[in-house]
Design a protein around this ligand. Sequence first.
Ligand code: USQ
Length: 509
Amino acid sequence: MHNSNCTCWNCPAIDLKGKVDFRACGQSTTEFGKKKDETSEVYIMAECKRRPELGLFDPMSITFEDCPQWQKTPYGYLLKDMRVMILGIDGYLGWTLALWLGSLGCRVSGVDNYNRRKWVKERGSHTVIPISSMTERLHSAKEVLGIEIDFREIDILNEKERLKEFIDEVKPEAIVHYAECPSAPFSMIDVDHAIEVQKNNVLGTLGLLFIMRDVVPETSLLKLGTMGEYGTPLTGRPIFEGMFPADAVLHWDGREWSLGGELTPRDPVSFYHVSKVQDTFNVYEACKYWWLRSYDIMQGVIFGVHTDQVSADPRLRTRLDIDEWFGTIINRFVAQAIVGIPLTLYGRGNQIRGFIALRDAMECMTRLIACPPEPGQYAVVNQISGVYSLRQLAYLVAQIGRKYFDLDVQVQRVENPRVEADEHPFEALYEKLPKNYGFTPKVNIAKEIYRMFELLSKPQIRERIEEKKHLIIPKTWWSGVKREVKRLELLDLKEEVKEDEERYKIYQR
Ligand code: USQ
């Protein structure tokens, strides 16, 4: 198990006590450290909130494997009845994770202010997979899966006191923070939307950090970042996992400079992505100032509709958006194929991105929850399971739609409403999740696309896509212009296959 050798030093159920005020260690002149040896004068002791009978002990002396509170699951040792709070529990990821963790025995709580439902409505759209009200969702989770979720409707930005009270009441051992606006186009509509996204995301997160400092400093925070923070460096340099590795050096001005451990450069591609960059710095600083522990999860573009739990009953389904603001590319492509809109490649369509399926993202989150960072540790992972060019994906979706669903799927290039390189190298590293956390992707992209076709072709869902298909062609330009993009070219799919094979060879690492 990837976390067998973690110790109480990592465990959120621990109260760390010692001769040093370790939260002020940055300012302290006293030597700070974990217990070094029996004679060491300055070290930290632990007290277990779950096993107070142990008294004070050395936090490095008990491993997760030894501790009866940590129990084996397919995703590593997990704290028995672990209390996990999900902020943004009503969203695409939040609801899926709630059911996933609940089925592993976690005690799940969550908050949401239904912003996502409101924003999609503002576009005049709806989730094409129907979802229930939260009351109905909670009821069905209990009835179908036996999962009880403690939910409060709270706006984390504007109701900080209520959030603080709820966190204090639940005392979560991990907090998953999904409560942000996830849409790049939404942040580029106009000044009001840009401000709304940055305020909601940046200040909401900042408020949360202060609450965690005051109420649950030992809880691990899993904060959703994005691969889009890094952009697509035209130099082709590696996209490291948040920070430069220890041996990275810069040669400049005749000298060698160590970059090890520094945050890597960011080059975000929208005001939404900028909000994530700001979050990175705020979380990084909070870990440093207050010894909070956090994972910043640089997730790639997500796709898919399945986990065992959300597929268990129509009332448990998670949302799926396909409009120009909130739909992500693969989800949109499948919907477009079903209602006969040629798949929309923006610009040349040679943009390359990292992707991950919904189910695999849930597994990664679980593996990280099971392996909390050390006090003060700001850790980063690149959460993707494969790298594809957009053309490759368009081709794949078209091929599956044609071959198995008898659809005449076309692919078109349209004007790119965004400002982004559409021809660039992309050397993303995503080694930590497999190497350090035991993750191997389980979802085959072609199979998941096939399953999406199956679900989205159902008459009721197909009808819901038809109803909103006028919202698929984008008209939100980064320049501020508001007009539908024009078609540049309808692609010859046979030519695409040849080109695609070339590109595939180049970028498969
Ligand atoms: N694109 C098309 N055609 C479409 C839609 C998108 O060519 O019909 C292109 C975009 O120009 C972009 C790429 O596909 O180059 C991805 O666009 P997207 O809308 O699927 O995803 P993006 O805006 O990048 O944002 C999504 C999520 C966001 C998350 C991000 C991860 O909405 O929350 O942070 O994926 S990443 O892209 O790795 O930054």
